[in-house]
Design a protein around this ligand. Structure first.
Ligand SMILES: [Fe+2]
Length: 308
């Protein structure tokens, strides 16, 4: 069988070309067997040409960047996204697996970037947010915290949130609401001042630990997994956040900030917790956005995402 030309290659699919390559190889073996002892210049040229031929027939590998893979996976995982809608367990695992593989360089980050520098003055250092993508189904972005930077305690109403620590060490403290326990604001009494205290609600600690990269992606859900959390940078660190659905004031998904108080600070009629569990519970009180919280936006400079 004759050798395929470039024009032939363009007209054939890969399966046919593989078949033809095999036949060519068999032909070559036959020739080779009948001329075992010959090793001429033309043979060497023929080998080179056949190598080039095989190279041309290899399909070009399609390289998908990790952040593009993340975007494509989010589109699939959050296709039915809405308030309180949690993706199925297999979709959750799919996204977790993609996030587990993401490295700082995949999103254009190094710890030497200026927004990770220690604060010059003794006040809450600004946090930088690198916006990657937002649509009505999900959002992707990176919080960059210098040492001692704090994202104060806040909630994620009706949302599923994936947080991947890209580098550094971060302390995470998170809570979930305790249900079926009275949290009636009008009966919350500050035990030290014997005065009623408005708007406190009982929550249970879910996480209270330092995390150092590389570590597993953490996931929170509308009603568990630590829906209210606070991030404190032990060292400079960066966390890639994926939210599905994203915050939306028109759809009632506001970001609310909280103070947390020890369980023993208030007494609420009917709200009891076993003695050994008290330090795992806290009263949360809504607050305004903290005045010393500064989150500045910066341009995401990592690989581009193609929105198909
Ligand atoms: Fe958060």
């Amino acid at each position: 069988m004759g050798r395929a030309t470039l024009a032939d290659i363009k007209e054939k699919d890969f399966g046919e070309l593989v078949k033809e390559t095999k036949t060519n190889t068999e032909d070559k073996n036959k020739v080779s067997n009948s001329n075992k002892n010959r090793n001429t210049t033309s043979d060497r040229r023929g080998k080179k040409s056949r190598r080039q031929h095989r190279k041309m027939m290899m399909p070009a590998a399609v390289v998908v960047s990790p952040v593009q893979r993340l975007f494509d996976t989010c589109k699939d995982v959050f296709a039915l996204s809405g308030t309180g809608i949690v993706p199925t367990p297999d979709k959750i695992e799919q996204l977790r697996a993609v996030l587990d593989e993401i490295q700082p360089a995949d999103v254009g980050l190094t710890p030497h970037m200026p927004f990770f520098s220690p604060p010059v003055i003794r006040q809450a250092p600004p946090i930088t947010y690198l916006h990657i993508h937002e649509c009505e189904k999900f959002s992707m972005g990176i919080f960059c915290l210098p040492p001692s930077g704090v994202l104060p305690l806040h909630n994620h109403p009706g949302m599923t949130v994936f947080s991947k620590l890209l580098f550094g060490t971060m302390h995470i403290k998170s809570y979930d609401w305790v249900v079926n326990v009275p949290s009636n604001a009008s009966t919350a009494v500050d035990s030290s001042q014997t005065v009623q205290h408005p708007e406190v609600r009982l929550a249970k600690v879910k996480v209270d630990s330092d995390f150092t990269s590389p570590c597993n992606t953490s996931i929170l859900y509308p009603a568990d997994g630590g829906n209210m959390h606070c991030f404190t940078a032990v060292t400079a660190c960066a966390v890639l956040d994926v939210l599905g659905p994203p915050y939306s004031d028109p759809e009632g998904r506001h970001c609310t900030y909280y103070y947390d108080y020890p369980f023993t600070k208030f007494s609420v009629d009917g709200a009891t917790v076993p003695e050994e569990e008290k330090d795992k519970h806290a009263w949360l009180q809504e607050r305004e956005k903290p005045e010393d919280l500064t989150v500045v936006g910066a341009l995401y400079t990592g690989p581009e995402i193609v929105e198909n």
